[in-house]
Each structure stands twice: as structure tokens, then as C-alpha cells.
Design a protein around this ligand. Structure first.
Ligand code: SF4
Length: 374
């Protein structure tokens, strides 16, 4: 099984923290959609051996697409590839694009899951992030989606900004866990270089993120996930039982995925491909009938390190034998570090699997870095 990712590189406003690939200039939108469709056709023959079980429209803001645009993309995909009987078809949507008519049209086109970028339920914080919607729009987005025919809803929230008090975070979590959504992605605010946020921090206009503040809010997330019986299956992702995201789970299991659109990545046969992340260059290349991508064959060490990074973040943990299949000396070489991590109660090892404990989840990336093979 495999997944398809479609990158729609347009947003109405630039969120201050965002380092994804997007543009607020819509003037060449028609050319972009046409290039995306042409890229699907160009890649069609190379991906015939797979049955796809997910399509994910990400971005950018795919909910800005017109009905004829997303219908044409879905139709081209359906005519080009094989799909499993149950296809998870997700659209990332911003709350200001959600209304009963839009949801009904998405549903009629086969979209059966929405990933709604709420980020905050506080207007001051939304303004600080330069989001395009208000808290009031966020608060009705889930209900509108449910009542208009799409029942699988994921919501995104960001924690740990200087404006997110512990009280506000607790309110947002309690709201999200009881909103009718069956999936929540919760990310710590990160100051990525070359973003407006990084610039604001550099100029001293806002404080740097505070580790202790973010850790406290992560612990509150852990506590409320448990008391609400949600499945906290990945460090940033939790769901009601039986509602794990198929698309994202496949990334973490190293399954193949096909990426379409500027900056999209693909992976198959131990090879990673990445598309040009410049819109004009992407369109030009596709219009010449050429694949807009660069590729790299991953070595066993690359695969081992990627597996450490992704699988340690999962509640199911990191299978030791998977890493040994790439690099047989790994366990012997890592034993001193693993022993120290066990003593610090960062990890536990059982059934040939390394799992992070609560304290370890706070420093997952550091733990991965210590276990990487160089
Ligand atoms: S809407 Fe999403 S992709 Fe667009 S700028 Fe904001 S965070 Fe980035």
C-alpha cells in the first residue's frame, strides 16, 4: 500500500511561523493547477505497481481550490492509479474556507476527511501568528463539517507560544477533545530560520520560545489525552481509538508515497525524490514534459537513521531488529547510551522494541540524535 500527497502552494496570508513552501501571489494559479495535473500524467507509468490507500491535499492551503480544480485533480488521479476499496482522502482546510456548501461539494468529490488548521482559539494569538481566520470561525468549523457530511475531522493546534497561557491551552485541549473531531495534531511552536517569527525574535519584539513552558503544555496534552482515552500514537498526533491517520502513519512506516506539486517529496525503492520548490521553475519544467524532481538513493545508514527518527516518535516504538537489518553493529555500539537513557527513565526496552517514556518524549529529537549511526 502507498499514499499520494498533492501540494497546493497558495495561501491567503503568510503565517509568521511557517516555513512550508507557499506563495500569496495567485496570479499563475491556473498554470499551477494545470502543471499539477500534467505532473500526475508524467509520473503515471512509474507508479503502476502500487495500490494507493490515501490521497492527502496539503500545502499551502488546499481549501482555496475551486470545485473544478480539486475535482479535476481527483479525477486525474483516479484515472491514473489503482486505489484500495477504502480510500482516505484528506483535504487540509483553513476555518475561513469552511461553510456548509463547500463541505458538501468536497464530500461529493470524494473527500472524506478534513484536517482543519485551527492553531489557536484566541484572537490575540491568531493575530500574532498572522492567521487568516478568527477564533469564532475556528469554533464553528468542526460542527459545520460534521453537519455537512464529513465525519472524519482532524484539528491542528499549536502550543507553547508566549501568548498561550496554561489556562488557555487547557481550554483549547478540552474543547478539541470534545469537539466531535476524532484526531488532533498538536505542535510546539518552533522558530524556524528565515521566517517572520525568527525576525521578530531577533529584533526582540517577542520572546524566544521557552522550553519549560512548552514542556508543561506537552505534559498537559499527555494528561488530557489519557483522561479522555485518546490514543496518543505519535508525539504530535492523537486520536480517538481506531482513528489513526492512514496517510501520515504510512510515512512513519517507511511505506512508498508519491508527491505531486512544487516541493513535494516522493519515496519508493529506497529512493527519495523531491520536486523543485520554486513555483515558476516547477511549472516550466512540467511544461517541457520533464519531471520536476531530483533524486537520491538512500544508503542503509540513511534508512536506519530515518527509521530511528520517525519510529521513536511512535507509541509502538522503534523495532531493534529493523535497525539491525540495516546495520548489525548498532545495538552493541548504542548499548552505553541506551543504558543511560533507561536509568534516566527516558526509554524502556521490551519485546525487542525501544519506547519513549513521558520524560523521553520531551526530548525525542535529542534521543534520536544520540542513537543515530554516523
Ligand atoms: S496557512 Fe499553513 S501553509 Fe499557509 S502560511 Fe499558514 S501555516 Fe503556512
Amino acid at each position: 500500500m502507498a499514499g499520494i500527497y498533492i501540494h497546493i502552494p497558495f495561501c491567503r496570508k503568510a503565517c509568521t511561523y511557517c516555513d512550508f513552501h507557499f506563495s500569496t501571489n495567485f496570479s499563475y494559479r491556473k498554470e499551477m493547477i494545470s502543471a499539477i495535473i500534467d505532473e500526475i500524467l508524467l509520473k503515471k507509468s512509474d507508479w503502476q505497481e502500487f495500490t494507493f490507500e490515501s490521497i492527502y491535499f496539503g500545502g499551502g492551503t488546499p481549501s482555496i481550490l475551486e470545485e473544478d480544480e480539486y475535482k479535476k485533480i481527483i479525477e486525474t488521479l483516479k484515472n491514473s492509479f489503482s486505489f484500495s476499496a477504502h480510500l482516505e482522502l484528506t483535504l487540509e482546510a483553513n476555518p475561513d474556507d469552511i461553510n456548509p456548501m463547500a463541505v458538501k461539494k468536497w464530500n461529493a468529490a470524494g473527500i472524506n476527511r478534513l484536517s482543519i488548521g485551527l492553531q489557536s482559539l484566541n484572537n490575540e494569538e491568531l493575530a500574532f501568528m498572522n492567521r487568516s481566520h478568527t477564533a469564532a470561525e475556528s469554533l464553528i468549523a468542526v460542527d459545520t463539517s460534521l453537519q455537512s457530511g464529513i465525519a472524519d475531522i482532524s484539528v491542528d493546534l499549536i502550543y507553547g507560544s508566549h501568548l498561550k497561557t496554561d489556562k488557555q491551552w487547557e481550554f483549547e485541549l478540552n474543547w478539541a477533545l470534545n469537539s466531535g473531531a476524532n484526531h488532533l495534531s498538536a505542535y510546539a511552536l518552533t522558530v524556524e530560520s528565515k521566517t517572520a517569527l525568527a525576525n521578530q525574535v531577533k529584533k526582540g519584539l517577542i520572546p524566544e520560545t521557552n522550553d519549560e513552558h512548552q514542556s508543561n503544555q506537552f505534559m498537559k496534552l499527555t494528561e488530557l489525552a489519557a483522561s479522555n482515552h485518546w490514543d496518543f500514537y505519535e508525539i504530535s498526533n492523537l486520536c480517538k481509538p481506531e482513528h489513526r491517520a492512514i496517510h501520515n502513519s504510512n510515512y512513519w512506516k517507511n511505506k512508498p508515497y508519491l508527491g505531486i506539486g512544487p516541493s513535494a517529496h516522493s519515496y519508493k525503492d529506497k529512493t527519495r525524490f523531491w520536486n523543485a520548490s520554486n513555483n515558476a521553475a516547477y511549472i516550466k519544467k512540467v511544461n517541457l514534459g520533464e519531471l520536476p524532481q531530483t533524486s537520491e538513493v538512500l544508503s542503509d545508514l540513511d534508512l536506519a537513521n530515518e527509521t530511528i527518527l520517525t519510529q521513536l516518535r511512535l507509541s509502538s516504538g522503534l523495532r531493534i531488529d529493523t535497525i539491525l537489518s540495516y546495520y548489525p553493529k548498532w545495538l552493541d555500539e548504542s548499548m552505553p547510551a541506551l543504558e543511560k537513557m533507561k536509568q534516566n527513565q527516558w526509554i524502556k526496552i521490551e519485546n525487542n522494541t525501544i519506547k519513549l517514556l513521558s520524560k523521553g518524549r520531551l526530548i525525542a529529537d535529542n534521543i534520536s540524535a544520540e542513537l543515530f549511526i554516523s
